[in-house]
Design a protein around this ligand. Structure first.
Ligand code: PLP
Length: 473
């Protein structure tokens, strides 16, 4: 099997400490097929193909039980921002666990890492963001669920309990728990369960495939005019919030056009609707600034974070409340009514310790700036490599969050014999050549860790070029 260069140099294949030798991977494979369920994976095909067992990693590369070294061109799920194998996080978590691994954050109980992480996030937020209060969750879906509850609570406390609806955009991904899935507007996630009827879809700023059939910028952001029409139709007095990813991620890496978020913000303000920014992917450096709200100069009322907060070394998410939302709930709720939001693992001490160690690395190594610089190099190299390809629909991105959308020229239909076939074939080829990249509908997402170098980008783009050449159309 072809392996990505660098694997030998890293000494992955003769690592005496690696317990995954000879027969044990086979046994693990069989046990995996027999007992372990994998998210977003067909049972039948998984039983046929079996797992790829990951045994370790270093920097932007992972190693597998059968001796492969693969470039992690997706940073796991856009979360392993600092890269793999950072043992200082393990040390920080171990230290915390020896003191107090966890104690419920309910009522008055607290732990030092949770307290100091909340303060640290307050300082990291853009100066005028107003986001000042934080509650830690276990991931992104529950951060969004929590924010929907907070939005309802906010309006109820202000005497408008009828504001129950949540608006979200076509192509959005906000998670797969009940309400988060209802805000997710990708049809594949609704095959067996309709979204909750209180969740209402509005158009996305997906200019390459504008559902309103307009051209940007002459459209004057017609998608936001359409948001306004939806508000008029549904009644502002029924709407609690709109949720939006600064860059639509799973929907296909879709950055907004200029002025988009300013017009959304202004629309929300006019109607008393809260703006929830879902920074689960974009937070902590992915777009080349600390947060998407900085990249697009927009201030939310509520925000959701996860992924890059710990780079995946421990599960953790967070919700951020603006001072105004916080004060309205504090001052206008009936006296004696607790904040009725609570997950057993809110404010988890060991996970908060992991977040601190992760953010130490991001700051010390200047990974946010690196994301901006190496990210623009990546975008440039993708343009150089694929602008002239007949099936390049659009190349887009910001920071280390990029994608190539493939389409037939003219009608923009899928290139392959069926939807997603062409990008999936390219991803399989890339995987055979030592690079993990991901299909997002007709788009291939390329989002390596924030510690990537220009040389890494050259290697990634080189593998993509070879993979595209190898795929017949
Ligand atoms: N929001 C966005 C923008 C995401 O991309 C994701 C996951 O990919 C989520 C929310 C859900 O987060 P989690 O998988 O941690 O529940």
């Amino acid at each position: 099997m072809f392996r990505a260069s660098g694997s030998q140099a890293l000494g992955f294949f003769d690592d005496p400490a690696n317990p995954m030798k000879e027969e044990s991977p086979m046994k693990l494979e069989a046990l995996d097929r027999a007992h372990l369920i994998h998210p977003i994976t067909e049972f039948r095909s998984h039983e046929e193909k079996g797992p790829t067992i990951v045994t370790g990693g270093e920097g932007i590369r992972i190693r597998t039980a059968d001796g492969e070294t693969l470039i992690d061109g997706c940073s796991g799920l856009w979360n392993i921002n600092i890269g793999h194998g950072r043992s200082e996080i393990a040390d920080a978590v171990a230290k915390q666990m020896k003191e107090v691994a966890y104690y419920p954050g309910f009522w008055e109980f607290s732990t030092e890492p949770a307290i100091t992480l909340a303060e640290r996030l307050a300082k990291l937020m853009p100066a005028e963001s107003g986001l000042d209060r934080f509650l830690f969750t276990t991931g992104g879906s529950d951060a969004n669920e929590t924010n929907f509850r907070i939005a309802h609570l906010y309006h109820a406390a202000r005497g408008e309990p009828g504001r129950r609806k949540i608006l979200s955009r076509a192509h959005a991904y906000h998670g797969t728990t009940r309400w988060a899935a209802s805000a997710t507007r990708l049809p594949a996630y609704h095959i067996f369960a309709e979204p909750d009827p209180l969740y209402v879809e509005v158009p996305a700023p997906y200019c390459y495939r504008c559902e309103l059939d307009k051209e940007c910028p002459s459209c004057d952001l017609a998608c936001v005019d359409s948001l306004e029409e939806t508000i008029q139709r549904e009644g502002a007095e029924t709407i609690a919030a709109i949720i939006a990813e600064p860059v639509l991620g799973t929907g296909g890496i879709i950055p907004p056009p200029d002025g988009y978020f300013q017009k959304v913000r202004e629309t929300c303000d006019r109607h008393g609707i809260l703006l929830i920014l879902d920074e689960v992917i974009t937070g902590f450096g992915r777009t080349g600034r600390w947060f998407g709200m900085e990249t697009y100069d927009v201030r939310p009322d509520l925000a959701s974070f996860a992924k890059g907060i710990t780079s995946g070394y421990q599960p953790l998410g967070a919700v951020g409340l603006s001072q105004s939302v916080y004060e309205n709930i504090r001052d206008r709720s009936p006296r004696g009514l607790p904040f009725m939001v609570g997950l057993t693992y809110n404010n988890h001490a060991a996970s908060c310790a992991a977040a601190h160690a992760n953010l130490d690395i991001v700051e010390r190594e200047g990974l946010v700036d690196n994301s901006a610089q190496v990210g623009s190099y990546l975008l440039e190299q993708l343009h150089n490599a694929f602008d002239d390809h007949p099936f390049t629909g659009e190349i887009r991105g910001v920071g280390l969050m990029t994608g190539i959308e493939w389409a037939r020229p003219g009608d923009k239909k899928p290139v392959g014999p069926k939807p997603m076939a062409y990008p999936a074939a390219i991803c399989s080829e890339a995987r055979r050549r030592g690079l993990i990249v991901r299909t997002l509908w007709e788009t291939i997402g390329v989002s390596p860790p924030l510690c990537s170098t220009r040389e890494d980008i050259d290697e990634i783009v080189g593998i993509l070029v070879e993979s595209v050449k190898a795929v017949a159309t």
